[in-house]
Design a binder for this molecule. Structure first.
Ligand SMILES: *[C@@H]1O[C@H](CO)[C@@H](O)[C@H](O)[C@H]1NC(C)=O
Ligand SMILES: *[C@@H]1O[C@H](CO)[C@@H](O)[C@H](O)[C@H]1NC(C)=O
Length: 229
């Protein structure tokens, strides 16, 4: 084989691996109790059937005219659902929900598989469905975990009587497993997930990710199914 043919094959193979390969990103955490952005039909990605479910204050079905509790304070309000907590499959694999990307119509309801490449969860895997977007980079997964920080908007004071800046830090939330006891009992399992299953804070840990078709374990909870890939 001539050198130039060899070089051409190497270039072709590396282009293929970029196309099929995973993208580098990071994880952060959130639990703001707001109706997720993908709860608006206008925000769904092309071909998605939804929108994602939002909930009443007591995690039931919201009133049909309910407004996002992060932007309205009277009348019927819509919140996030307690069912958006991470779900442990085994010691190295969890399902979950996340905010992903700055443009909702690019990501809403799509599913992604990622493996942590740094932090205490290095080597562990998650499959998450994007239920929120906006103010999040296209390579970050803002994992829904109670006590994960309310971030820019806070409906947790309205829904659960949380402190005005949410539980723990406004960005990043609680700083230890023991602080999960500040949360209402129906949210504690998802708070412990971070410290006990992932093994720490999760914030700014690196991942390698790729889009995948959504498992029914996630779409049956969110009520939203994206176009097949
Ligand atoms: C965890 O579950 C996944 C998916 O079912 C499986 O592929 C993997 O082998 C399991 N890992 C362990 C440690 O049980
Ligand atoms: C989602 O839709 C609502 C209502 O149209 C809009 O106000 C909001 O900006 C959208 N969110 C994102 C992240 O695009």
């Amino acid at each position: 084989m001539t050198f130039s043919l060899f070089a051409a094959i190497v270039v072709a193979l590396s282009v293929v691996s970029i196309v099929n390969g995973a993208t580098a990103g990071t994880t952060t955490t959130t639990w703001d109790c707001c109706e997720p952005a993908c709860g608006y039909t206008s925000n769904l990605s092309s071909g998605a059937k939804g929108p994602v479910k939002s909930c009443s204050k007591s995690n039931g079905k919201p009133a049909s005219d309910a407004q996002n509790a992060c932007f309205a304070s009277s009348g019927d309000l819509a919140y996030s659902c307690s069912s958006y907590q991470p779900i442990i499959v085994n010691s190295t694999f969890s399902y979950g929900f996340a905010g992903h990307g700055n443009t909702a119509t690019a990501t809403c309801c799509k599913c992604y598989q990622f493996t942590w490449t740094s932090g205490a969860a290095k080597g562990k895997l998650m499959i998450v469905q994007a239920i929120n977007a906006g103010g999040i980079t296209d390579v970050d997964f803002d994992i829904y975990t109670p006590g994960g920080g309310v971030g820019d908007f806070n409906a947790c004071t309205s829904q659960y009587g949380a402190p005005s800046g949410g539980w723990g830090r406004q960005y990043g939330g609680v700083t230890s497993d023991s602080q999960c006891s500040q949360l209402p009992s129906n949210l504690q399992a998802g708070c412990h997930w971070r410290w006990k299953w992932a093994g720490g804070d999760v914030n700014t840990w690196k991942v390698s990710f790729t889009q995948v078709n959504c498992p029914s374990q996630l779409t049956s909870i969110s009520g939203c199914t994206p176009a097949k890939i």
